[in-house]
Ligand binder design. Structure first.
Ligand SMILES: C[S@@+](CC[C@H](N)C(=O)[O-])C[C@H]1O[C@@H](n2cnc3c(N)ncnc32)[C@H](O)[C@@H]1O
Length: 289
């Protein structure tokens, strides 16, 4: 992870509030709830939400659960206390039994066989391959027999359809030009962030099996993202740092955000209202103990 990014900071919120983000994550969650029903689950006692952020996944899970399942206790785990505070204020009304755990997933210490499902939304790609495997194994121990792990990511090899690659290239080229125009130089040469690693779908399918889970389902969801959503995700520190390695983080954020406009104008498809968009894909994995 980039040295300049503080683990306690949480600045993902504007993107998490976009319609596109909520839509694609709802689709993933609806498919997970369908799977649980198909597998005969009729209620939940404990839910672990890994990398909670502002609690968006928990909110969407509760929107999608059958009424009688909503008594479940929810453990929200995040390495950022800023994120946990926000999640608490957002989830107070939705979740009756809410517990916050300030920890990285790598250091999680919740008791073995204590939860029915674990949800890990939009966060697994930040970890190294080795930490992912250890963390998925750790989650498996926390799950009851027959429990489920569900996770999703938009940072994997197939997330950027080939016809959308010119958008990313133009955005980076424009952002690097912004740096030159402002006289901003690279400060470090090797700061490859984990978010910059786009591992293939097959890697994630194998990961859960290597950790001892049964792979139940792997699905991809496409979402048409408009300019504002791209500006928010581009201004997310981890995203900007992964895309523009080595530059001071605040400058990388500004450059990436300001470069969305020219890139989407040039390469975007046009929707029925005349607005440009670029399609991004999300991978959703379901695994069972
Ligand atoms: C992109 S947000 C996703 C939030 C939420 N799960 C969602 O899907 O909207 C990623 C979150 O992961 C947290 N995070 C990143 N690495 C982590 C780790 N190793 N252990 C625990 N939390 C982590 C960050 O603090 C941040 O709140």
């Amino acid at each position: 992870m980039n040295e300049e990014i503080n683990k306690e900071d949480y600045n993902f919120e504007p993107f998490a509030d976009t319609e596109e983000y909520r839509q694609v994550n709802s689709e993933c969650i609806n498919s997970w709830v369908r799977i649980m029903k198909q597998k005969g689950i009729s209620g939940l006692e404990g839910v672990l939400d890994v990398a909670t952020g502002a609690g968006t996944m928990v909110q969407l899970v509760f929107d999608s659960l059958p009424e009688t399942w909503k008594k479940a206790a929810v453990l929200c785990l995040d390495q950022s206390s800023e994120a946990l505070k926000l999640a608490q204020s957002k989830l107070e009304k939705t979740v009756e039994k809410l517990k916050l755990i300030h920890s990285s997933i790598e250091d999680m210490t919740i008791p073995d066989q204590s939860v029915d499902i674990a949800v890990w939304g939009n966060g697994i790609h930040y970890l190294s391959a080795d930490d992912q495997l250890q963390s998925v194994k750790r989650i498996k121990r926390a799950l009851k027999p027959g429990g489920f792990l569900f996770f999703n990511t938009a940072f994997y090899e197939e997330a950027r359809p080939v016809e959308t690659l010119p958008f990313y290239r133009t955005q980076i080229k424009t952002a690097v030009q912004y740096m030159r125009d402002h006289g901003i130089k690279r400060v470090k040469t090797d700061t490859r962030t984990e978010a910059a690693k786009f591992l293939p779908r097959s890697y994630y399918e194998n990961l859960v099996q290597e950790a001892g889970f049964k792979l139940v389902d792997a699905k991809e969801f496409a979402v048409d993202m408009h300019k504002e959503a791209w500006e928010y995700i581009s201004a997310f520190q981890q995203y900007a740092a992964g895309a523009l390695r080595g530059y001071p983080i605040d400058d990388a954020v500004n450059a990436m955000r300001d470069s969305v406009g020219p890139a989407i104008e040039l390469h975007g498809n046009i929707d029925q209202d005349g607005n440009p968009y670029i399609t991004r894909k999300w991978l959703a994995i379901s695994a069972q103990v």
